[in-house]
Write a protein that binds this ligand. Sequence first.
Ligand code: SF4
Length: 116
Amino acid sequence: MEEKKLIKKYISGEDTRSYTIQLTASGNKIVAETENFSEPLRQLLAQSNPNRQFELWQGIYDLIQGLNQQGIISVQRTCTSCKHYAFKNKLPYCSLLEQKLLPKDIRIDCPEFEMA
Ligand code: SF4
């Protein structure tokens, strides 16, 4: 990220092993463009026919997963890539939230995500 000029390191004057990191203007722009990228999808889904919402959500999720697996997009904050994704009684389960992950609960941009 530093080579791409998305962050800038500020080395401590007292201890050269210590430094702080700050987003550059370019880094801030990318964050602003990508944070909450799933919100427009959620809004569109909320407006769609309730009987079709799960089907649409599953389709969007499958597309994102497929594009991610092909390296076309680098979305990483999905349940199946998360270290908290598990199975309990053979059903998908989030060990952080301690809840079953029904298909409607699978997240594509989870704030609690941690890379597996
Ligand atoms: S922390 Fe979020 S992304 Fe990870 S398994 Fe739980 S709900 Fe899914």
